[in-house]
Design a protein around this ligand. Structure first.
Ligand code: MOS
Length: 759
């Protein structure tokens, strides 16, 4: 198929005006009749059990309607953790028993006539705990460790050859430990849930990256037929993984609304979001790289430790990506999880790639210095077109990594770099330039869609995909507009509602590829019907034309310089509209993938999993300036060049990549959740103390699109890029800081106090 014209245009978002005028209704904005308001009461200890809950004072608050605790509301049924085929973000069931698994666990839901009354009553709930000393983090007393490969059906530690022997024999080597901190989601839109019942049917308004997952999960928790549950999430105000799997609050709010016979609205607080939702777990990495004197890699070994909760083996296991990144001679990897008294972590933008590529790309930079080689050249020498494992030499469908490096290096002015650390300076500012590889697996999921077209040239596209801020309405609309020959404003796009055919989870950067595959298939079925009607008619300008010569443009059916209006084809068919429902199941998934999608289960093909490797790549270059007297760190400019197949919309894609790089700078220099070791509680659970960059911290961020055509990955040749931009930035910043100062900080974030030895 030729590259679609319309789908490459930088069109403004279909929902731009709605979003800036307040017209876009986020789930908690949806008006419901006569709502009651809910507030959560959460645990003040991280480990132990509830001895008593005293509710008298809370019950005395005027306007109080109900209080749900484990004593009166323990009827919610357990469902599987998502990696075990369920939808749950955690197997911790807060109102099922007095047991406390982590700080901030939900201990009660209070419902009242007003938000203020609910909030007051929640604060007046008095809980007595039998407290036990908790385990806070990796390395804390009481932490237990197990290898992921021992407990997971999905993960096998990649490896080949004898990496230990190759490392021992290598003339140049790096052996280093890197660590990344806990990071918490702080979406602008808080974690909200509104539930209403009528005639035994439940409607949930909640921001969700996977409405079919939520529908099926909540139905199972409440013992209902999934057909009696509808989940609506037309807009999501910040997701990035935090709204991808089902947290415990949803069923509790549904139960409260059922008991009360009245809609119930919950808007949890900012600090509660730290413990009732998921977060990016802290990680540690031991990385060894061995090379010959020309820079050819001989050995790569990587052992990682990831924090998780007591009951769940949540892990991201990014060695699956790092092990195919370069042409290593031998590889040995092992991923471990560390169980502590914490809430279960979860997805955060590029979950595996951010911490694991930070470790690998830092070690690659260290190796380049050890070799006295340009870090770009080290990547070039070790670039590979296939899986380096000789036992499984799967080719990449396309890999434009070095083209990304070359274009980003040229734009950055890399050739002016003086290689020695601490050799570039501007007055009191030490200047450092660093770079790193970005990558993200290209994944695709099953999707179903319905597209309809009327003779007056209006199309309607329906798919329960999700607008998480990425521009999904727009790019999905563009795909239909292109295939149906319409302007984008003639296409109505409906997303985020289980009343629509199921779309994929908005995770793993798969939405554009998966949704457009279904939309194109539906539109092609419509085209076929129209073309058959026009060409098969015994009247009209197109009668008898070969179907292959026909196209749709400007609301007409065209063949060269003759055309007919759509109305004519509809008249020949005797129809007032065409509606096509289609199912799209990507190559590499089992035949029951569509049925599983309807049941709210996630299946993704592609990335490192199939017969060929499918990845998008990028190269990121950063300038860091470190004040020689104070250690103050600034990043005045960053340049990223990215190859991600066909770019559906350069405007929204640019925003994704730029935003990703900004997040990468944030992760490198600002973000970390501080944990009190004694109590296993989060200390900075608010937007004043949880550091994120503001405009003054971010200066120039340039995004370059490196053209790339890949016809193997999916019908439109798109690689996902929502999670590509923030991979590599951490390492690029750390590498730039080393170049500026000569000090290697291997523990993120890099803050002023860690640079004091260099000033
Ligand atoms: Mo993304 S962390 O896969 O929502």
């Amino acid at each position: 198929m030729d590259a679609p014209a319309k789908s490459g245009q930088p069109l403004p978002r279909l929902d731009a005006r709605l979003k800036v005028t307040g017209g876009a209704r986020y789930p908690s904005d949806v008006a419901v009749a006569n709502p009651a308001y809910a507030c959560l009461a959460t645990s003040a200890v991280a480990r132990g059990s509830i001895r008593a809950i005293r509710l008298d004072e809370a019950r005395a608050v005027p306007g109080l309607l109900d209080i749900l605790t484990y004593q009166n509301a323990n009827e919610i049924k357990p469902i599987n953790f998502f990696s075990k085929g369920g939808q749950a973000a955690s197997s911790i069931m807060p109102l099922s028993a007095p047991k406390i698994w982590h700080d901030g666990q939900i201990v009660a839901l209070v419902v009242a006539e007003t938000f203020e009354a609910a909030s007051e009553a929640a604060q007046k709930i008095a809980v007595d705990y039998d407290e036990e000393p908790p385990t806070a983090t990796i390395g804390s007393p009481g932490a237990t460790v197990n290898a992921v490969a021992d407990v997971s059906e999905e993960h096998k530690d990649p490896g080949f050859g004898d990496a230990d022997a190759a490392f021992a024999a290598a003339p140049v080597k790096i052996d280093a430990e890197y660590s990344t901190p806990t990071q918490h989601h702080n979406p602008m839109e808080l974690f909200t849930t509104t539930c209403l019942w009528s005639d035994g049917k439940l409607v949930v308004h909640e921001p969700s990256q996977y409405v079919y997952g939520m529908k099926n999960g909540v139905a199972a928790q409440l013992g209902m037929d999934p057909g009696d549950v509808r989940v609506v999430s037309a807009y999501i105000g910040g997701a990035f993984g935090s709204k991808g799997s089902l947290t415990s609050r949803t069923a509790i709010v549904a139960l409260a609304a059922k008991r009360l016979g009245r809609p119930v609205k919950l808007v949890s607080t900012r600090d509660q979001g730290f413990t009732i939702a998921t977060y990016r777990a802290e990680t540690r990495h031991n990385v060894k790289l061995g090379a010959d004197r020309n820079g050819k890699l001989l050995a790569y070994s990587h052992e990682a430790f990831e924090l998780t909760s007591r009951p769940d083996d949540y892990n991201v296991a990014g060695t699956t990506t790092t092990a195919v990144m370069y042409n290593y001679g031998a590889v040995a990897t092992r991923v471990n999880v560390v169980h502590a008294d914490r809430n279960t972590p979860g997805f955060m933008r590029s979950p595996p790639e951010v911490p694991y590529m930070y470790a690998l790309e830092s070690a690659m930079d260290e190796l380049a210095y050890a070799l006295q080689m340009d870090p770009v050249e080290l990547r070039r020498i070790n670039d590979t077109a296939k899986d380096p494992n000789p036992g499984n030499p799967r080719p990449y469908t396309s890999r434009s990594l070095m083209r990304c490096f070359d274009q980003a290096a040229a734009a950055f002015g890399w050739e002016k770099r003086s290689p020695a650390p601490r050799s570039m300076r501007d007055g009191d500012w030490l200047i450092g330039w660093g770079c790193a590889t970005a990558c993200y697996p290209t994944q695709i999921a099953p999707a179903a869609a319905r597209v309809s077209l009327t003779p007056d040239g209006w199309a309607r596209v329906q798919i329960a995909a999700h607008e998480i801020g990425t521009g999904a309405y727009t790019v999905i609309g563009q795909a239909a507009a292109e295939r149906l020959g319409l302007e984008l404003d003639r296409v109505k796009v409906e997303l985020g509602d289980t009343a629509l055919p199921p779309g994929p989870i908005a995770g793993g950067s798969n939405t554009t590829a998966s949704a457009t595959a279904a939309i194109v298939k539906a539109c092609d079925a419509i085209r076929e019907k129209l073309f058959r009607a026009a060409a098969g008619s015994n009247q009209g300008a197109l009668a008898g034309k070969p179907i292959a010569d026909l196209d749709l443009a400007g609301g007409r059916i065209v063949a060269g310089d003759v055309s007919e209006p759509l109305t004519a084809a509809f008249k020949y068919m005797g129809q007032a509209a065409i509606e096509e429902y289609v199912e799209s199941v990507p190559h590499g998934l089992a035949a029951d993938a569509m049925e599983k999608l309807y049941r709210g289960r996630v299946a993704l093909a592609g990335g490192p999993k199939g017969e060929k490797l499918m990845f998008a790549f990028g190269a990121e270059f950063v300038e860091a300036r470190v004040h020689a007297r104070t250690g103050e760190i600034r990043v005045p400019r960053a340049v990223g060049a990215f190859a991600a197949g066909h770019i559906m919309n350069p405007r929204t894609a640019h925003s994704q990549l730029m935003g990703g790089m900004i997040w990468g700078i944030s992760a490198a220099l600002h973000e970390a959740t501080e944990i009190d070791e004694r109590s296993a509680r989060y200390v900075n659970d608010n937007l004043a103390d949880y550091l994120i960059p503001v405009n003054a911290d971010i200066q120039t961020v340039d995004v370059i699109f490196v053209s790339e055509t890949d016809r193997e990955i999916n019908p439109l040749g798109v690689k996902g890029l929502g999670e590509l931009g923030n991979v590599g930035t951490n390492a690029a910043v750390a590498n730039a800081v080393f170049h500026a100062t000569g000090l290697r900080v291997r523990d993120l974030p890099i803050r002023l106090e860690k640079l004091l030895p260099s000033v």
